[in-house]
Ligand binder design. Structure first.
Ligand SMILES: NC(=O)C1=CN([C@@H]2O[C@H](COP(=O)(O)OP(=O)(O)OC[C@H]3O[C@@H](n4cnc5c(N)ncnc54)[C@H](O)[C@@H]3O)[C@@H](O)[C@H]2O)C=CC1
Ligand SMILES: O=C(O)CCC(=O)C(=O)O
Length: 389
């Protein structure tokens, strides 16, 4: 029986993927084989030694100490693209909310709730509306920072609304580029995008290179009165610099998914409670994808959509499977194969992949591996994780 510990509200559609005769799934599993979570922060938690993998039902993995886990052999997964449409649709709402005085005017109408005379109500409605006039999106320029799963969908949607779209993504993958309309123009650098955009929307992960990149200099460069949408992560934006830019009028509006005490108080800030991925569809997509990836890893050693290990998969043969992870240096695989040869063990199939300084191997062998063999592989220099799957 394998055990999964969950955190956060994970869709039942995902949880029900785990067959009950093979898995127990609960929030208080003591010795879980794997963790399944959404935004719960793992940085200050010690994981039980039993944990082999952590799956983030979502995109951002900044709540997980990924590099610490890598050298413990813990594979970290996410679910690329599974919630991208949900975020894209909230960006659309953000564009409109920051353009048309929608929430403010609704509050105004609510404030008229005690007006009992319909003629007086009508007069106040017509007199009040001039305070909430806005502008249209058509013809305006949207700058999209980060053109991955979400950014590409946002860029393509904005084009269909008649907006001009500029994109900036120095690390754009070929796969992501294929998803992007050729009508999206490419900014050579961030400043060029900021200076030309009426709206700027952020869709990058928070990593050292992006932390606080929307700083004082960026707000000095941004087009006068531009609106900033940040449904990616609060840490991307230097909050004081954003507030100063809002106060001076340089920044017209800030829409964010990450409330803070200072932002809540500001009347040019519209905040959601980290709602970007909170649709039924996105929650189901993420949970199903994360559960399937965990099961394939726990049952077969295959790795799909990991953020710290190479992508690797091999069909099961009739044999017995060993997987091992090692530092990506020469001679490790050769040494393990020699050990098998010395023990007269036949290899039926094998695949080996590397990613940065990590290598991972799946080996199908003809006979059941003994503890002696598994220990011998563990003892090979640079091997840091071995499993009989
Ligand atoms: N509010 C919410 O509920 C959600 C927030 N997110 C956030 O949005 C982020 C993006 O999500 P996805 O589009 O699914 O991820 P993704 O991995 O598909 O795309 C990220 C893109 O950012 C680019 N990038 C990386 N560093 C960059 C830099 N310095 N400048 C410009 N581009 C850079 C990458 O090349 C990649 O194309 C996530 O990391 C997460 O933090 C994602 C889903 C839901
Ligand atoms: O699970 C959630 O609601 C948050 C999603 C998110 O922030 C992400 O996928 O990066």
């Amino acid at each position: 029986m394998k055990s999964i510990r969950t955190y956060n509200n994970i869709s039942d559609k995902g949880l029900s993927r785990f067959p009950q005769d093979k898995y127990t799934v609960s929030a208080d599993a003591n010795t879980p084989d794997a963790i399944l979570l959404r935004s719960h922060k793992l940085h200050s938690e010690a994981l039980p030694d039993s944990v082999l993998a952590v799956a983030r039902a979502g995109a951002g993995v900044n709540n997980i100490p990924v590099s610490d886990y890598t050298h413990q052999g813990i594979v970290v997964f996410n679910t690329p693209g599974a919630n991208a449409n949900a975020v894209k649709e909230l960006v659309l709402a953000s564009l409109l909310l920051s353009s048309r005085g929608i929430t403010q005017s609704m509050n105004y109408v609510d404030s008229l709730a005690n007006e009992t005379d319909s003629a007086a109500l009508h007069k106040k409605v017509e007199a009040g509306k001039k305070a909430y006039g806005g502008c249209e999106l058509e013809g305006k320029t949207l700058g999209v920072v980060g053109l991955g799963a979400i950014g590409a969908k946002v860029a393509n949607l904005a084009l269909s609304l008649g907006m001009k779209v500029i994109g900036y993504d120095p690390k754009l993958s070929v796969e992501a580029a294929w998803r992007l309309s050729s009508k999206v123009s490419r900014a050579e650098n961030l400043n060029s995008l900021l200076a030309r955009s009426d709206y700027v929307t952020l869709h990058v992960p928070v990593v050292p290179a992006t932390k606080g990149f929307m700083n004082e200099e960026a707000f000095n460069t941004i087009k006068e009165g531009a609106k900033l949408i940040n449904l990616a992560r609060g840490e991307l934006v230097d909050e004081q610099a954003a507030i100063d830019a809002l106060d001076s009028g340089k920044l017209g509006m800030y829409v964010a998914d990450f409330p803070s005490e200072a932002l809540i108080k500001h009347d040019k800030v519209i905040l959601f409670p980290h709602l970007g991925a909170s649709t039924r569809e996105a929650e189901e997509n993420c949970a199903v994808m994360a559960a399937d990836q965990l099961m394939d890893f726990l049952e077969n050693g295959n790795i799909v959509n990991s953020v710290n290990f190479p992508a690797i998969a091999m069909e099961r043969t009739t044999g017995y499977r060993i997987t091992f992870a090692n530092d990506n240096v020469p001679k490790v695989l050769g040494t393990v194969l020699n050990q098998l040869a010395d023990l007269n063990i036949n290899v039926l199939d094998m695949v080996n992949k590397s990613r940065d300084d990590i290598a991972y191997t799946i080996l199908d062998i003809e006979q059941e591996p003994t503890d002696e063999l598994l220990n011998a592989i563990s003892d090979v220099e640079h091997v840091f994780h071995v499993r009989h799957v």
